[in-house]
Design a protein around this ligand. Structure first.
Ligand code: ZN
Length: 172
């Protein structure tokens, strides 16, 4: 079965959507030939590019389940709605100098800079989230790293005494 599947995919150069089958089929949804969902060294599961993307290019569109509350893997659409997406966009790693922008009005991910095959895809969580599921210490190594990440409209719960390695440093 596995061999047959491989043969079919390579013969017709087809690849599978990263989203479950029950999502409406769209040619713009992320496919496993372009992206890999992978465990990162120290930041949990993330998304890696499997090909290069030019700055300004639309990487893909995103999908998910509408929710009135935030989840660990949701992105905020507006004041009342969140997109629960534990398959793709909800797995993007945070960076204070990200290589992608998630544009929620059109549910599209856009390259903020040239992306090479093998690069982790990153976004700035504070561009979409008013309040984070949980604030965290950032290890993104960007020169403009904010150090402690919050949503764009919440107070910081940063406490010097808690600023240690036990604090979750990522959405994961
Ligand atoms: Zn940072």
């Amino acid at each position: 079965m596995g061999l047959k599947k491989h043969f079919i995919y390579s013969k017709y150069n087809m690849s599978k959507s990263i989203y479950p089958k029950d999502f409406p089929l769209s040619k713009n949804l992320p496919k496993d030939c372009d992206f890999a969902v992978q465990k990162s060294d120290n930041k949990g599961i993330g998304i890696k590019a499997k090909r290069s993307f030019a700055k300004g290019e639309i990487l893909c569109e995103i999908q998910g389940q509408l929710s009135s509350t935030m989840t660990l893997h949701s992105l905020q659409i507006d004041a009342e709605r969140h997109l629960h997406d534990p398959w793709f966009s909800g797995l993007l790693l945070h960076s204070c100098s990200p290589n992608t922008l998630v544009f929620m009005p059109s549910l599209r991910i856009i390259a903020q800079e040239n992306i090479q095959s093998g690069d982790w895809l990153t976004m700035d969580y504070a561009t979409t989230e008013a309040i984070l599921y949980r604030q965290f210490k950032c290890h993104c190594d960007a020169s403009n790293c904010r150090g402690w990440i919050t949503g764009y409209n919440e107070i910081s719960f940063y406490k010097e005494s808690e600023f240690n390695e036990n604090i979750p440093h990522d959405k994961q």
